[in-house]
Design a protein around this ligand. Structure first.
Ligand code: IDP
Ligand code: MG
Length: 151
């Protein structure tokens, strides 16, 4: 089982797509293990997007991510990191494949609705940045074998 961090970005909240996004992840078979709703402060935004510091879009990205509330969560499931990335689609919504979240709802490079961790190390780092260990809830989904038997 893998865990991955998602952020439903300010455009996702403003466009009232958080329910649609969570619906897709849940329907896929991912389990929500943490979830919160907050306004991102600049320092946390900078730490989250540290790898992009110095890039031309960094300042715009920080203004965007701090511009309104976001939903932040941790999802768990078989191959969760790649599953979420595939469900998000390419970074640029204009070229993301139809059927993906970005492909279906975004036409922008920056305002692409949802963040998902891009690998094991970033997932670990990002989950620790956004959540205290005790905020990750341990529980079983009843009859989960119907979802992920034989993985
Ligand atoms: P990812 O979210 O698909 O992993 P990254 O390259 O890690 O994409 O970029 C992080 C975020 O920065 C993107 O999701 C998007 O919001 C924004 N971004 C990336 N490239 C550009 C760009 O060229 N212009 C404006 N914003 C960008
Ligand atoms: Mg990335």
């Amino acid at each position: 089982m893998q865990r991955t961090l998602i952020i439903m970005k300010p455009d996702c909240v403003q466009r009232r797509l958080t329910g649609e996004v969570l619906r897709r992840f849940e329907a896929k078979g991912l389990k929500i293990v943490a979830l919160k709703f907050l306004k991102v402060d600049r320092a946390t935004g900078e730490r989250h997007y540290a790898e992009h510091k110095g890039k031309p879009f960094f300042e715009g990205l920080l203004s965007f991510i701090t511009s309104g509330p976001v939903g932040v969560g941790v999802l768990e499931g078989n191959d969760a990191i790649a599953v979420v990335r595939n469900m998000l689609g390419a970074t640029n919504g204009a070229s993301a494949a139809p059927g993906t979240i970005r492909g279906d709802f975004s036409i922008s490079k920056q305002n692409n609705l949802v963040h998902g961790s891009d690998g094991g190390e970033s997932a670990e780092r990002e989950i620790a940045l956004w959540f205290k260990p005790e905020e990750l809830v341990s529980y079983e989904i009843a009859a989960n074998d119907w979802v992920d038997a034989g993985v």
